[in-house]
Design a protein around this ligand. Structure first.
Ligand SMILES: Nc1nc2c(ncn2[C@@H]2O[C@H](COP(=O)(O)OP(=O)(O)OP(=O)(O)O)[C@@H](O)[C@H]2O)c(=O)[nH]1
Ligand SMILES: C[C@H](OP(=O)(O)O)C(=O)O
Length: 205
């Protein structure tokens, strides 16, 4: 099965603007991508990148400048089965991915917190994506509309996409890979005084 990883190569992670500079966001997105690619390989699959611009990685790469939904649907139109795994899932483990890849339904969805779809497998030739907003609900409805059976993978590690500053706390609590190490080097630390955990940046970061 093809495992395709969409990647916004040029201006990634704009919601972290203010906490990380544009150059840092590129480095951090790259570090998360490295973790995701490693987890996919360890699960026994060879990942492919679907990037908005050429990037210098030793991975087969499709460059498609169109927005995310159009670029992913261009792949789903020509191939099945295909897995789509987002590049901002640095907590993803080979075991969590294997649960996604090995589920038997025509369309298998790994929801993200907040209603998104962090990873999916499409085995039905007529299924198409519609990302952003509550894409999990849209994808479930879309799958049913084309007569596809739908499965859901209940996984904290696949549900934790890193979009906003508070998501960085999850990576500091649970992460062990390249992206976690990048945060440590950048001086991003947990704040665990009271209430919900948060993050701050120390001077020497
Ligand atoms: N190929 C492709 N991938 C994209 C595009 N937009 C986002 N992605 C990737 O899709 C996944 C989910 O991205 P989002 O969290 O929606 O967007 P983001 O660019 O990472 O972050 P924000 O700028 O904060 O929205 C990540 O793997 C992104 O790298 C796009 O236009 N084309
Ligand atoms: C790609 C998009 O991600 P989000 O905008 O929820 O991070 C989605 O899952 O629909």
């Amino acid at each position: 099965m093809r495992v395709v990883v969409p990647f916004a190569a040029e201006q990634p992670k704009t919601r972290l603007d203010g906490f990380l500079t544009a150059a840092e966001r590129r480095e951090f997105a790259d570090a998360m991508l490295a973790d995701v690619l490693a987890a996919i390989r360890e699960s026994g699959h060879e990942p492919e990148l679907l990037a908005t611009a050429p990037i210098d990685r030793n991975v087969p790469t499709i460059v498609d400048e169109r927005p995310l939904t159009a670029a992913v649907n261009a792949i789903l139109e020509t191939d099945s089965p295909v897995a789509i795994v987002m590049a901002d899932l640095p907590l993803a483990t080979p075991a969590a991915l294997a649960r996604l890849f090995e589920a038997s339904e025509d369309v298998v969805l790994a929801p993200g917190r907040g209603g998104g779809t962090n990873a999916l497998v499409a085995r039905h030739p007529d299924f198409r994506v519609d990302y952003h907003g509550t894409s999990f609900l849209d994808h479930r409805e879309g799958a049913r509309r084309v007569g596809a059976s739908v499965g859901t993978v209940d996984s904290f590690r696949l549900a934790t996409d890193i979009d906003e500053q508070m998501d960085l706390a999850e990576l500091l609590v649970h992460g062990e890979g390249t992206a976690r190490a990048w945060l440590d080097r950048a001086g991003v630390r947990l704040v665990r005084d009271e209430g919900r955990v948060g993050v701050e940046r120390t001077e020497n970061g």
